[in-house]
Design a protein. Sequence first.
Length: 98
Amino acid sequence: MKGIEMANRHQSDRQKQLRKKRHECAFLFDSTMANCLAEVERDEWEWAIEMAGGNVSEAAVLTGINNIPRNARALWGRSPAQALDCYRQWTNQKATRK
């Protein structure tokens, strides 16, 4: 199990470095993914989402954003459109691997 945990940790660190290099932000979307509700700077969101144990609505409150629905999603990107596009590509790749 330790090897898996270490590999996941390294992957997480690589993703954080990539987000920093690309100047990405977190964009919070409603459950339909049709409306971008907020934008949060990378450092602030990484801290908040970690403190909230991965709960998007709790993390939003930690950053001072209220009224985010419980089923909101957070996506990384340089713009809301780019974040959605990346998410759609990821879900398509995931579906074709099955």
